[in-house]
Design a protein around this ligand. Structure first.
Ligand code: MLT
Length: 258
């Protein structure tokens, strides 16, 4: 299996905290966490393959490749173990990383994500979006079908600058990378067993207004994780780290304190 060299943005020093971004965004979504957390840890935020400054490579779509890219990045940084965090797609990649490199995770943060595999209608939708992205060579379908539910009702009403920033990030998504990631997410396995084996401090974060990941899915992850606990972020939707950055960073700090 080949790996792709990941472009990475970093801040701070000390305990390594690796944060994996959502679909179809990039490490740019972690701007506030790099600023907020740099005084207490080393924040490492890569662009997953195909997004931001990272190349896509030529492998078949699989989140395992993204997880192995991250492991290779850590090798290159001479970092052995990390506090691993991922939001939504980043959470799926974190679960793949846990499956493939379990000894390298010292604590876990899973935000606005789920351990379940996609049901058939969701897989079909992903394939339709992937085919449209490749045919149109444009992120238009992401703006029309993915963007509307990325942030919550309160953010849509009260934070136009955040809404605009998220729109710009979606518009910047390379169509080929987004298509590849849709197919990789469609192929991901169920991961509750992986979480049951992860006996490390673990925090599941959910935006109260998340329209993509449900409370039931968050509860299932908390229940599976031997040391799992839940933090619900009020007035935030799916992109908790972007919509409520201070609350999100406090949640990270509480995990680090543990
Ligand atoms: C994300 O925010 O990364 C996506 O909602 C993940 C997904 O499409 O399941």
């Amino acid at each position: 299996m080949t790996t792709v060299d990941l472009h990475v943005r970093e801040a701070g020093g000390g305990l390594p905290v690796l944060l994996l971004h959502a679909f179809p965004l990039s490490s740019a979504m972690w701007l506030e966490q790099r600023n907020n957390l740099a005084d207490s840890c080393r924040v490492i935020t890569p662009d997953l393959r195909g997004f931001g400054g990272s190349k896509l490579g030529r492998d078949e779509p699989s989140l395992d490749h993204m997880a192995d890219d991250v492991a290779a990045l850590l090798d290159g940084l001479s970092v052995d173990t990390v506090v691993l965090g991922g939001l939504s797609m980043g959470g799926y990649v974190a679960m793949a990383f846990l499956r493939r490199h379990p000894g390298r995770v010292r604590a876990l943060l899973l935000a606005d994500t789920k351990a379940g595999a996609d049901p058939e209608p969701a897989r079909e939708k992903r394939e339709r979006i992937a085919a449209t992205l490749l045919e149109e060579e444009s992120p238009r379908v992401l703006v029309d079908e993915v963007l509307p539910t990325l942030v919550g009702e309160t953010t849509r009403r009260e934070q136009p600058l955040v809404q605009g920033r998220v729109r710009a990030l979606v518009e910047a998504a390379p169509p080929a990378a987004a298509a590849w990631a849709q197919r990789a997410m469609a192929a991901r396995p169920e991961s509750l067993g992986t979480l049951a084996d992860a006996d490390v401090p673990a925090l599941v974060v959910l935006g109260e207004e998340d329209e993509i990941s449900s409370r039931a899915e968050a509860d299932a992850m908390v229940e599976a994780l031997p040391q799992g606990r839940l933090a619900v972020v009020p007035r935030a939707g799916h992109l908790t780290a972007v919509e409520a950055p201070d609350e999100f960073s406090s949640a990270v700090r509480s995990l680090l304190a543990g």
